[in-house]
Design a protein around this ligand. Structure first.
Ligand SMILES: [Cu+2]
Length: 169
């Protein structure tokens, strides 16, 4: 019995460390990669030139959501769960990817992305060419100020950002 308990505690510690790393500081966490086998709800998100539909998504603390993200636009777009702080860091990465030819406004060069070590398969995001669809499974462990945004240069600045609203808060 004691043995089981200590294993449980160790697991809990690892989960906390993991979510703190994914978080945005301020002692709060944006959550963690969700278990695809334990999805509470599926939400479809459409991306188009400088907008998301829906642009506000209501979730509950503890919920695991499978986002089915579709790029209905004519440019490369991203669905990236985070905060202004995480996006600012990510935006620089994207600018470098453009400069080095890993991506253009309309296409992703996966071979060059791999060469450059930019796999772009972070569990909190999907970077898609026009017509592509991807799934993002995420567990919202804490009610915190966060949202989703596209960090392709100029897009977030152009209004391509949405809000995650925690119900009951
Ligand atoms: Cu975009």
């Amino acid at each position: 019995m004691k043995f089981t308990k200590s294993i449980g505690a160790a697991t809990a510690l690892i989960v906390i460390a993991g979510s703190a790393m994914a978080g945005a500081g301020h002692g709060s966490s944006i959550g963690q990669a969700g278990d695809p086998a334990k999805v509470d709800r599926v939400i479809e998100v459409s991306m188009d030139e400088m907008k998301y539909d829906p642009k506000t998504i209501n979730v509950e603390k503890g919920e695991t959501i499978k986002f089915v993200v579709r790029n209905d636009g004519n440019l490369v777009h991203e669905f990236n769960l985070g905060t202004k702080e995480t996006w600012d860091g990510h935006s620089k990465e994207m600018k470098d990817m453009m400069k080095s030819g890993m991506m253009t406004m309309k296409k992703l060069n996966h071979a060059k992305m791999m060469e450059g070590g930019m796999m772009h398969n972070d569990p909190n995001s999907a970077l898609l060419e026009p017509g592509q669809t991807a799934e993002v499974v995420w567990t919202f462990t804490e009610a915190t100020e966060m949202g989703f945004a596209c960090n392709v240069p100029g897009h977030r600045e152009g209004g391509m950002a949405g809000e995650i609203a925690f119900s009951g808060h």
